[in-house]
Write a protein that binds this ligand. Structure first.
Ligand code: KG4
Ligand code: ZN
Length: 331
């Protein structure tokens, strides 16, 4: 079964081709340069750019796999959450293609897609799932496949957003996560006295905006950028991992899936592997936004017997994952 997956939730156009859960081809067109001078993503520009490149990327992945559109068995796209204009570009394109080819269409949740990229055949529920990206920091309990119970979330900034903001204070550019992580390798993670956020809480929430304020203060006090980066990263990682470990103890879980852009962070992977939990993370190339993960989510739905989405499925800028799981294929 060959599935084309498309993600246009933000400023990257991701198109991926998957056969029976295996990656055939994969392209991501980044718009970072386009938005740089504006200091953030400009939705209209993003939509226009997605429209400009989506057909070419689709042709490219098909050509790379030596296939033509007729060989596709299903087409999938991100339904939400994300920017509504950009979402509509990918969703309409995927629906049009599926309709023209008379194939099933799947509208998937962006976070469901991130999770799909980290899952392997070995993973059986129950497990914990942490989604940490530029827009989300959510910890879920997954007692059975397709059911997501929200345990906790960030009260302010997302983990990736915190990395981006700290990187920006050091003039490292956007997205700052990878750049800050690189700089951190040269620094001392114990040098700068950041305090662990929400220490002593009983729940499973996160908070990163205080770290951002502290970062600015320590920077003004003259700490070296590499030590700031290393200590900041260590604190964010420690906060994520300790919360996961506590939830695992409380709920008796021994497996965790970590997905979303921050799952690319090497220190996070390293610290998790020492946690005693069985850890599932996506391959590095599939940690940040891409189309393959959308195709994988559709593939996993098909395998669970979830029916395709209706062709009038709407783009949803706000779409909680715990709601999708119950409405899957029904909406
Ligand atoms: O999932 P993603 O590609 O896009 C969203 O859906 O948000 O995540 C992007 C986020 C950015 O904030 C980026 O800085 C962060 O993930 N990120 C990282 C790393 N690679 C990407 N954060 C820390 N360390 C990394 N290596
Ligand atoms: Zn994402």
């Amino acid at each position: 079964m060959i599935i084309l997956g498309i993600d246009t939730s933000c400023d990257d156009t991701g198109v991926g081709l998957v056969q029976d859960g295996r990656v055939l081809a994969h392209r991501v067109a980044s718009q970072t340069g386009l938005h740089q001078s504006y200091g953030g993503v400009v939705p209209e520009l993003a939509s226009r750019e997605h429209t400009r490149v989506i057909d070419r990327l689709t042709e490219a992945v098909l050509a790379e796999a030596g296939l033509s559109a007729k060989d596709l068995d299903a087409v999938a796209a991100t339904q939400g959450p994300g920017l509504v204009g950009p979402l509509l570009v990918g969703l309409s394109y995927a629906k049009g293609l599926a309709l023209a080819l008379d194939r099933p269409f799947f509208g998937v949740h962006h976070l469901e897609a991130h999770l799909a990229a980290a899952r392997t055949e070995d993973l059986r529920p129950p497990y914990l799932a942490l989604l940490a990206s530029g827009g989300h920091t959510h910890l879920f309990d997954v007692p059975e496949e397709g059911r997501y119970l929200l345990l906790g979330a960030t009260r302010d900034d997302a983990a990736g957003e915190a990395f981006d903001k700290a990187a920006r204070m050091l003039g490292l550019g956007y997205p700052g996560g990878p750049a800050l992580a690189r700089l951190a390798e040269k620094g001392d993670p114990k040098k700068v006295p950041f305090t662990l956020p929400l220490k002593g809480q009983r729940g499973y929430d996160f908070s990163f905006s205080g770290l951002k304020t502290a970062f600015k203060r320590f920077l003004d006090q003259g700490y070296a950028p590499e030590d700031l980066a290393a200590s900041f990263q260590e604190t964010v990682v420690e906060s994520l991992v300790r919360t996961i470990e506590r939830a695992a103890r409380d709920l008796g879980r021994d497996q965790v899936v970590v997905a979303g852009g921050v799952a690319a962070n090497r220190r996070l992977r390293e610290r998790l592997s020492g946690s005693g939990l069985e850890v599932f993370v996506p391959p590095l190339a599939l940690a940040t936004d891409n189309g393959v993960m959308v195709a994988l989510a559709a593939w996993q739905r098909i395998r669970r017997g979830v029916p395709p989405s209706p062709f009038d499925l709407e783009a949803r800028p706000y779409l909680p994952l715990d709601r999708v799981s119950h409405a899957e294929g029904v909406e």
